[in-house]
Structure formats: structure tokens, C-alpha cells
Ligand binder design. Structure first.
Ligand code: SF4
Length: 320
């Protein structure tokens, strides 16, 4: 059979289990995420664990301009809808994306108020909640499981690496075991989960990065977000990079495409891939500079490389 026409296990002919198709299956059409900054902090910044943050983090770089914590959740949703309406006219609805910092790092009562305000907003079909694995507990997960009986709920865990040595080096303040616990407890409650990983963290060889694909494949994850290591301005990583750039392996675009296509061919085909790369405004970026290519243009090149290699997600999955 012509591999270009092959129907893969996820039910379409793209060579990876794409998030856009997953969303279409779940909601029957296009759904837009609307970012919200609800004024949370994170234990790595507010002094609970540390005040200096993860070495790569510049949270400003990831927040759209309409997200300001001074505005209510409803106001941010309203402005987000107006912002996206002119671009995407065929939306089925919206997902309220609690994105900035750790959005379960607060008491349960406060979380309930914020999430329920979002779910009551017209057109909002569900919640996507970005957080850290050590910022959930059984009571919070039970509450989210209760919400998910009627609405879509996904918890997006920043995990970043499967190696404790790396997590220590990047000052995450949690272990990989804590991430596994959070994912397993979420799965027990039928919650959707997204796991976020950075490929190319300091100290990780190409082999170590690729081995993570096998480890991730065993985890109870609905979707995964992958992105290249970027050195951003005003971060500890920037200082480290400027002092000893020779010790850093930052992936250039072509090398990264090669890496991420090798990564995805080892990945469990049941895991949906939300994204392969990150994009930040140029003003925040120190390195690597991939030029002005948009995410969709890079995705096209990744799909082309999968075709050239005649490979696809899960082709080399390790079966235990
Ligand atoms: S990456 Fe997340 S956990 Fe780390 S400092 Fe930034 S907001 Fe906090």
C-alpha cells in the first residue's frame, strides 16, 4: 500500500496523531483555546519552594497581550473571543485555557470560583488547566473529575524531562515520580491529561532524549506537547548560556526536525501530539534563532521529513 495513502491507527492519513483531528473527533469541529491569566503564581516563584523559578522560564513570553490578571476571567474570555473571531469564523466553541503559571496552586474554593466562572461563559465548552505535578492533590483532582462528568477537562502538566538529574539541574523543584503520580491519579479519575516536555535540556544527549519517548509511551497521557529548548531573555538559563555557551547543545532547525521525527516514531500512537515546537516573540529570544518561520511552516517541514524517512508515529514503538 502507498504509505502516503495509509490510514494510520488514529484514523487519518497524517503521519502523526494530530491534535486538530482529536479536537474534531471530541467536539465535532474546530474549537479555539482562549488563554487566561487568573493571577496565580507558582511554588517555584512565590517562595513555597523557591523564588528564582525554573532556569528556562520567562512567563511573560507565553502570555497573549489580552491576558492580564487584573481583568476578570469573563472579561479575558470576552476579549479572547473578539480577538479570535475575525480569524476563525467556523469555531464550534471555546476552551478556557488557564495558562499562566500554575493554575491549581491555590485553595480549592478559589479554584472552584474561577473554573466555574469560565464554564458559565457562553460558548465555553471546557477547561484546559496548566499546572505542575506537585500542585494537585486528591481533593482537587476529585473536584475536576466531578466537573468532567459534564464538560471537557484537561490538565496540562509541565513535566519537562523524565530524568531527575535534569529536573534538578533546571531547578524544577519536583521529581519525575511526582509527575507519574499526578498522571496516574488523573487517569484513575478519567481526566484528560497533557504532558509538556522540552527536548534538548542541558546534560541530555540525543540518546537520552530519544529514550524518553519510550518512557513517555508507557505513561497514562492523552496528549503531549514537545518543544525545543530555547534560551529566553531574563532567565537563569540566559546567564548560564552567555557564560558557557560551548557547554550547550541548542538544536538548529534541521537538526531538531531530525530529532523530533526520530522521537515521534518511537512514541505510542495512542498519544495525541499537540505540538512539536514552541514559538516566542523575537524580542524574548536569545537562541537558537530559527528565523521568522511560523509554527505551521515548521510543522509542514516535520511532516515532509516523516514522509522522506518513510516513518510515522509509533513505527518504532518499543513493545514491552
Ligand atoms: S516554568 Fe512554570 S513552574 Fe517553572 S517557574 Fe515558570 S511558571 Fe513556575
Amino acid at each position: 500500500m502507498d504509505a502516503n495513502k495509509m490510514l494510520y491507527p488514529w484514523g487519518h492519513t497524517r503521519r502523526f496523531n494530530a491534535y486538530t483531528d482529536y479536537i474534531r473527533k471530541v467536539f465535532g469541529g474546530r474549537v479555539q483555546k482562549l488563554s487566561i491569566d487568573a493571577g496565580f503564581s507558582c511554588p517555584n516563584r512565590d517562595g513555597t519552594l523557591s523564588t528564582s523559578g525554573c532556569i528556562f522560564c520567562n512567563s511573560e513570553a507565553f502570555s497573549p497581550s489580552y491576558c492580564l490578571p487584573e481583568k476578570s476571567v469573563s472579561q479575558q474570555l470576552e476579549e479572547g473571543i473578539i480577538f479570535h473571531k475575525t480569524r476563525y469564523r467556523r469555531n464550534q466553541g471555546y476552551l478556557a485555557y488557564f495558562q499562566a503559571y500554575s493554575n491549581t496552586h491555590g485553595n480549592l474554593h478559589r479554584l472552584q470560583q474561577l473554573y466555574e466562572e469560565a464554564l458559565h461563559y457562553p460558548g465555553v465548552l471546557g477547561l484546559v488547566i496548566g499546572t505542575r505535578p506537585d500542585c494537585v492533590d486528591e481533593a482537587k483532582l476529585d473536584y475536576l473529575a466531578h466537573l468532567s462528568e459534564n464538560r471537557y477537562v484537561s490538565i496540562e502538566y509541565g513535566i519537562e524531562s523524565c530524568y531527575n538529574k535534569t529536573l534538578n539541574l533546571i531547578a524544577r523543584g519536583h521529581t519525575f515520580d511526582q509527575a507519574v503520580w499526578a498522571l496516574e491519579e488523573s487517569r484513575k479519575r478519567n481526566l484528560n491529561t497533557c504532558a509538556h516536555f522540552i527536548l534538548g535540556l542541558p546534560g541530555e544527549s540525543r540518546e537520552m532524549i530519544l529514550e524518553q519517548s519510550h518512557i513517555i509511551s508507557q505513561l497514562p497521557i492523552t496528549t503531549v506537547k514537545l518543544h525545543q529548548l530555547q534560551v529566553l531573555k531574563n532567565t537563569v538559563l540566559e546567564k548560564m548560556y552567555l557564560m558557557e555557551s560551548s557547554k550547550f547543545k541548542l538544536y538548529e532547525l534541521e537538526e531538531y526536525i531530525d530529532l523530533v521525527t526520530d522521537f515521534v516514531e518511537k512514541l505510542n500512537p495512542g498519544i495525541v501530539v499537540e505540538r512539536f515546537t514552541a514559538e516566542v516573540p523575537q524580542r524574548f529570544l536569545v537562541a537558537p534563532d530559527w528565523g521568522l518561520l511560523r509554527t505551521d511552516q515548521i510543522l509542514e517541514r516535520i511532516e515532509k521529513r516523516l514522509e522522506e524517512k518513510d516513518t510515522w508515529q509509533g513505527k518504532k514503538q518499543r513493545i514491552l
